[in-house]
Ligand binder design. Sequence first.
Ligand SMILES: *[C@@H]1O[C@H](CO)[C@@H](O)[C@H](O)[C@H]1NC(C)=O
Ligand SMILES: *[C@@H]1O[C@H](CO)[C@@H](O)[C@H](O)[C@H]1NC(C)=O
Ligand SMILES: *[C@@H]1O[C@H](CO)[C@@H](O)[C@H](O)[C@H]1NC(C)=O
Ligand SMILES: *[C@@H]1O[C@H](CO)[C@@H](O)[C@H](O)[C@H]1NC(C)=O
Ligand SMILES: *[C@@H]1O[C@H](CO)[C@@H](O)[C@H](O)[C@H]1NC(C)=O
Length: 532
Amino acid sequence: MVNKSLTLLFVLAFAATPVWSANILALFSTFSPSHLIVHMSMMKTLADQGHNLTIVTTLKPKIAPHENMTFIHAPASEERLKGMNEYLEKSSKEKLHMVQAMINSLTNAGSMLGIGYDFVVDPKVKAIYENPQVKYDLLILGYLMNEFQLGIAAKLDVPAILSWVGVPFTFVDDSVGNIYDPSYVPSITMAADPENPTHSFSWRIRNFGSWLVFKALGLGVEYKMNAFYEQAFGNDSSMPSYDEVKQRVSLLFYNYHSHSEGPVRPTVPQSIEIGGIQIKEKPDPLPLDLAGFLNNATDGAIFFSLGTNVKLKYFDPQLIETIYQVLSRQPLRIIWKWDDQEPKPGNASNIYFHNWLPQDDILAHPNTKLFITHAGKGGVAEAQYHAVPMLALPVFGDQPGNAQLMVTSGFGISMDLLTLTEESLEKGIQEVLKNPVYRNNVRKFSDLYRDRPLTARQSVIYWTEYVMRHKGAYHLRSPIVKLGFVARYNLDVYAIILLILLSTFIMFLIVLRLVIKTLRARQQTKAKVKRN
Ligand SMILES: *[C@@H]1O[C@H](CO)[C@@H](O)[C@H](O)[C@H]1NC(C)=O
Ligand SMILES: *[C@@H]1O[C@H](CO)[C@@H](O)[C@H](O)[C@H]1NC(C)=O
Ligand SMILES: *[C@@H]1O[C@H](CO)[C@@H](O)[C@H](O)[C@H]1NC(C)=O
Ligand SMILES: *[C@@H]1O[C@H](CO)[C@@H](O)[C@H](O)[C@H]1NC(C)=O
Ligand SMILES: *[C@@H]1O[C@H](CO)[C@@H](O)[C@H](O)[C@H]1NC(C)=O
């Protein structure tokens, strides 16, 4: 009897939670710590679910050891990183002319692609696909203009999932066949205007221009990626072509929630939104000293962080002094993300300086009243999730776009970091703290953001396992990914229609001329007959 009920219990337990441990290989050749945070949240979700993850990264991720995660570190070369850092420094020091900014982002894309290539041929990474020790079931690839890395999925003969850290832009959309419609889908450098969804002519022309620039850039990037693919995998005659290998993508996860973040956009079933995956559903306890500091902040607290990519030392020291003067005289307490290696600007008792801060947990704290941010996608999303209004100081990349979107959504204001004065910063801080409109808007958003059928974590688990259960789930794939450029945009059909219209018109003209000629001839003969 006891035995029987034990067996029953055993069976029930297994039926409730199917035990399935897949071997998943994950590759993240990103050089951005904030990207890595998003990817790692996904990894942790899958590891907690019981899957066995082998994770290869260029940066060392800041994540606690986990029994189901094996980390392999394949760092980028000093030379490549130098190129990247020079770009970041340049963009943070000066306001660049548009052409200069474009040239810079092109060279930036160059070093980015180079880092991705070095990664593929790194001996540690090569060992995984030339000589695998375990049978992998799936490849997860952090997207960063690195589709040539999908060759590794072909080598291992596994399906691939792409993971992107934000709202998709044209390149990411193309990887699964999402329609990018420039008449209303904002380009990555543009913000949508939620008050005016039918966009003005000037908005559409700028958006179209931005889209065209990205398309042109995409041609160059594709050319380079094809070359890298040939260089890395071309020696193996059993490998498919680069175009075929791109079709190995089973799914795209991206860190975006269109229902609340808007605007909704056309996406294919292969695109799965996991907006807010990096945000913990329940905050962790803060370190003791920080918890004391925040709990005692009876007037509230301001969290000031310019993220991980922007180093304050790149800025004019006068700017730091300005910010310090304003923050040190606030009645609120300040938590300031500060590079520990640099001397602090002062010792004000209301400021807590630290290099590594649990941003998410700080924003979740009820005493946090304002977030002063560089408007990185991750930070903005966390503040929105926890309903904290913002003052944005965007610097480069997607930050101005994020900040503009945050402002048009009514969650706060944005200011130019390079022209900041004590008066303007003070005024900005008071505006966001005292005017309730920002807090109310962000609260409304937060309620929408959390209301979903599956949480971001549940989506990651469900869809990742779905792909493995259905051997790549290629039935989800949009036919668009197989179409060439001409077929994709129906150019041949339009050309034929135009041809038919044109030839009909020409025929009409010919007939008309003939009729006129005949009529004239007849008239002339009539006239002649009369005269005679
Ligand atoms: C690791 O995976 C196993 C199943 O393979 C699971 O039982 C265990 O709970 C996982 N570990 C953690 C810390 O989640
Ligand atoms: C889990 O992955 C690691 C690293 O690839 C590997 O050494 C180990 O054998 C795997 N475990 C199982 C149970 O497959
Ligand atoms: C492919 O072959 C060429 C010429 O034999 C060689 O230079 C190159 O290093 C090889 N590439 C790889 C990835 O093995
Ligand atoms: C917080 O306030 C309590 C009681 O006033 C005090 O004992 C403690 O030292 C304070 N902690 C910090 C970090 O200021
Ligand atoms: C802050 O205090 C430390 C230690 O007391 C001191 O060395 C430093 O010079 C002070 N910094 C400023 C800007 O006053």
